[in-house]
Design a protein around this ligand. Structure first.
Ligand code: FAD
Length: 316
C-alpha cells in the first residue's frame, strides 16, 4: 500500500473530532527483516491509529578482548535505525510515522544530517527528546557540540527550518512527566522547563506512562496554569507481568497505585491472571481518559501487541 497523505500531527490534532489511538514501537534488533517488522504491527492497523512513533536508541560502548588480553572499545548500534523503520512502515501502510530524535550521543551536525534525511523521505513529524545518560554515567552529558536539553533540540529543528526554506517542515512533539522527571527538584520546576520546550516551538506533549489518571489530570491542570496551551496526549502502557510492579518504577521513576500493585501480586506466577489484571486496569484508564475528553491516547507497545489490540478493541 502506498501512503496517501502527508500530515503533521499538529494538523491532525487541530482537526479535533473523535479521540484516536497512536502507537509507539521500539526498532527491531539488527537481523530482523522488514517483513517481520510489518507483520508485528499489522494487528494494530484495523484500529486506524493516526501515527506510529519509533523510538531512538543511542549507540553503546562494547569492550572486545584483543589477542594480547587487552581490551578495545567499540561503539555499537544494536537496533535498526528509527529512520529505516519509519521508511519501512511508510512503504507498507498509509500512516504517519514519528521518528524520535535524541540529544544523547549526537552532535549538532549529526542531527542536522538526520533532519535532511527525514525531509528527503517526506517525514513531517519528529519527537524531540534528550535521552538518558549512558550506562555508568551519573548525569546526562552531551557530546561536545551536542545539545544538553530537549528544548535546545527543538530550537535547533526550528532553526534548521528557517535556514532551509523558511517554512515549517516538522510538527514537533516533546515528552512530559505527570509524576515529574526524576532529575527535576520539584514538579513546578519541571513544568517550567516543559514550557521552555513549547515556547521553543514544540507543538504537542506526549506524557510518560502513568497508572493513576488523577496524576495526569493534575499535571494537565498545572501545565495550563503555567501557560502551556498545546495538546497534551496521555501515554499508557498496560502491565503484563507481576515483575513489572518493580521494574517499571525503577526504570521510569513512577508510582504504581496500591490497588494495582496488590492485584498484580495476587496474580503472582499465574501469567494469564497478571496479564488480565494489567489489561483490565488499562481499559478502565482509557475509558476514563476518553470521558475526560483527551484528544488521543498513546500506547507504549514495547514489542507486545496482544494486550494493546485487546484494549483498542474495547475502547476505540
Ligand atoms: P528534557 O526536557 O531536556 O528534560 C530533562 C531534565 O532537564 C528534566 O529534569 C527537566 O526538568 C530539565 N530541564 C529541561 N530543560 C531545562 C532547561 N532549559 N534548564 C534547566 N533544566 C531543564 N529516551 C530515549 O532514549 N529514546 C526515546 O525514543 C525516548 N522516547 C521517549 C518518549 C516519551 C513520550 C517520553 C516521555 C520519554 C522518552 N524517552 C526516550 C526518555 C527520555 O529521553 C528521558 O526521560 C530523558 O531523561 C529526558 O528526556 P526529555 O526529552 O524529557 O528531557
Amino acid at each position: 500500500m502506498t501512503r496517501l497523505k502527508d500530515m503533521k500531527i499538529s494538523d491532525i490534532l487541530a482537526q479535533g473530532g473523535k479521540a484516536f489511538p497512536s502507537l509507539e514501537i521500539v526498532p527491531p534488533l539488527k537481523g530482523m527483516t522488514k517483513n517481520e517488522l510489518i507483520e508485528s504491527i499489522r494487528p494494530f492497523m484495523e484500529f486506524s491509529p493516526k501515527y506510529i512513533n519509533v523510538t531512538c536508541h543511542r549507540d553503546e560502548y562494547e569492550y572486545r578482548e584483543k589477542p594480547d588480553g587487552s581490551y578495545s572499545r567499540h561503539l555499537v548500534r544494536k537496533r535498526v535505525s528509527e529512520v529505516a523503520v519509519c521508511g519501512a512502515i511508510m512503504s507498507e501502510f498509509d500512516i504517519e510515522t514519528v521518528p524520535h530524535i535524541i540529544c544523547g550521543g549526537a552532535t549538532a551536525e549529526a542531527i542536522e544530517n538526520e533532519l535532511h534525511d527525514l525531509r528527503f523521505m517526506g517525514i513531517s513529524n519528529v519527537m524531540a527528546l534528550r535521552g538518558d545518560s549512558m550506562t555508568g554515567e551519573k548525569r546526562f552529558t552531551p557530546v561536545p557540540g551536542g545539545y544538553r536539553y530537549a528544548g535546545e533540540l527543538v530550537e535547533a529543528i526550528r532553526r534548521f527550518e528557517a535556514e532551509t526554506n523558511g517554512q515549517k517542515i516538522f510538527s514537533i512533539g516533546v515528552g512530559g512527566y505527570p509524576e515529574k522527571h526524576f532529575e527535576a527538584p520539584n514538579i513546578e520546576t519541571d513544568i517550567m522547563n516543559l514550557k521552555k520546550k513549547t515556547d521553543a516551538g514544540a507543538d504537542y506533549i506526549i506524557t510518560q506512562m502513568f497508572f493513576d489518571n488523577s496524576r495526569f489530570y493534575d499535571f494537565t491542570d498545572r501545565c495550563r496554569a503555567a501557560g502551556i496551551t498545546v495538546p497534551i496526549i496521555p501515554g499508557l502502557k498496560p502491565l503484563s507481568t507481576a515483575r513489572q510492579i518493580e521494574s517499571l518504577p525503577e526504570a521510569f521513576s513512577l508510582d504504581i497505585p496500591l490497588e494495582l500493585t496488590e492485584a498484580m501480586k495476587a496474580a503472582g506466577d499465574d501469567r494469564e491472571a497478571a496479564y488480565r489484571t494489567g489489561t483490565e486496569w488499562c481499559i478502565q484508564q482509557c475509558r476514563d481518559l476518553l470521558r475526560h475528553g483527551v484528544p488521543a491516547i498513546h500506547f507504549y507497545t514495547m514489542g507486545r501487541s496482544r494486550n494493546i489490540v485487546e484494549i483498542l478493541k474495547e475502547c476505540f
